[in-house]
Write a protein that binds this ligand. Structure first.
Ligand code: C2E
Ligand code: CA
Ligand code: CA
Ligand code: CA
Length: 274
């Protein structure tokens, strides 16, 4: 039994080593990607539920890792946070997004994701100021998306940083709303400009009365606080119909548009509807 136990421990350790090795390799490749400017940005449209008009675009990071193909940000962002590259990666995203948006033919808003680690650093205030100055982007066209988890980590610091940024004219959205454990407390602590309802709430919304009741309650909360609500992860017409009936302000999801490059030709010359 002792021998069997030792073999199993040994196997377990080898697996741990392999896992750690792969993470180290990915962390290293992230730094290389930064150096080589190998990241890309894609944009996902956000629309008004009542009029269908474009209200803005969320900026999403893409990494085509040599030898591995596209790696999901849900896999590499946490690693970048643990290994320190999130600072420069986040700065690259902000700078590149503002520069690109400043040259768009239409002055749409962009919503940029900000990680908890960035939020805990005072440098973020200077970074936003510098990037707006360098790109010439109007501050009103920039929105930062922050999660409540990111705020809770160091709440005092995070709210201080957000206040400074908001004072520049940049707006702040609370991302993945409803998935954290103190959503209401977070809402009370800061004057957010938008609530982004997590996409888990869209599941079964057209068939499940419970889900619909929760969405209705959050929309009522948004209305009483005068904060518009955007529903994430809208994939079906049935979901969009519910959102319209319940008075949701904006929506984002595969139904309205996949993340990608913006097709200006289509936007500027909309095909005549029959
Ligand atoms: P998120 O901020 O909640 O972004 C929305 C994610 O949902 C995106 O995944 C988007 O492609 C996906 N999505 C959009 N519509 C639908 C839909 O209808 N159905 C489903 N199932 N999914 C939909 P993506 O691009 O893989 O990003 C995942 C997460 O990675 C983001 O979640 C965000 O937390 C993080 N992330 C992405 N880009 C950045 C960035 O530049 N900086 C930071 N700090 N985090 C980022
Ligand atoms: Ca987001
Ligand atoms: Ca989200
Ligand atoms: Ca086209």
């Amino acid at each position: 039994a002792k021998a069997e136990f030792d073999t199993r421990i040994c196997y377990y350790e080898r697996e741990m080593d392999e896992h750690a090795r792969q993470r180290r390799a990915m962390a290293h490749d992230l730094w290389v990607a930064l150096e080589k400017d190998a990241f890309d940005l894609v944009y996902q449209v956000q629309k008004s539920v009542s009029t269908g008009e474009v209200t803005g675009y969320e900026v999403l990071l893409r990494w085509d890792r040599p030898g591995h193909g596209l790696v999901s940000p849900t896999d590499f962002i946490p690693l970048a946070e643990e290994t320190g590259s999130i600072g420069p990666i986040g700065a690259w995203v902000l700078k590149t997004a503002c520069l690109e948006a400043a040259s768009w033919p239409e002055p749409y808003k962009i919503a940029v994701n900000v990680s908890g680690l960035q939020l805990a650093q005072l440098e973020l205030v200077d970074l936003v100021r510098m990037v707006l100055f360098q790109s010439g982007l109007e501050p009103e066209r920039l929105e930062l998306e922050v999660t409540e988890t990111a705020i809770i980590a160091d709440k005092k610091r995070a709210l201080y940083v957000l206040r400074q940024i908001k004072a520049m004219g940049v707006s702040i959205a609370i991302d993945d709303f409803g998935t954290g454990y103190s959503s209401l407390d977070t809402l009370r602590s800061f004057p957010f400009d938008k609530i982004k309802l997590d996409r888990s709430f869209m599941v079964e919304v057209e068939t499940n009365e419970q889900s619909k009741a929760i969405i209705r309650a959050i929309l009522a909360l948004g209305r009483s606080l005068s904060v518009p609500v955007l529903a994430e992860g809208v994939e079906t017409h049935a979901q969009l119909d519910v959102l319209r009936d319940e008075g949701c302000n904006e929506a984002q999801g595969f139904l309205l548009g996949r993340p990608g490059n913006i097709d200006w030709a289509d936007l500027l010359d909309p095909p005549l509807s029959a």
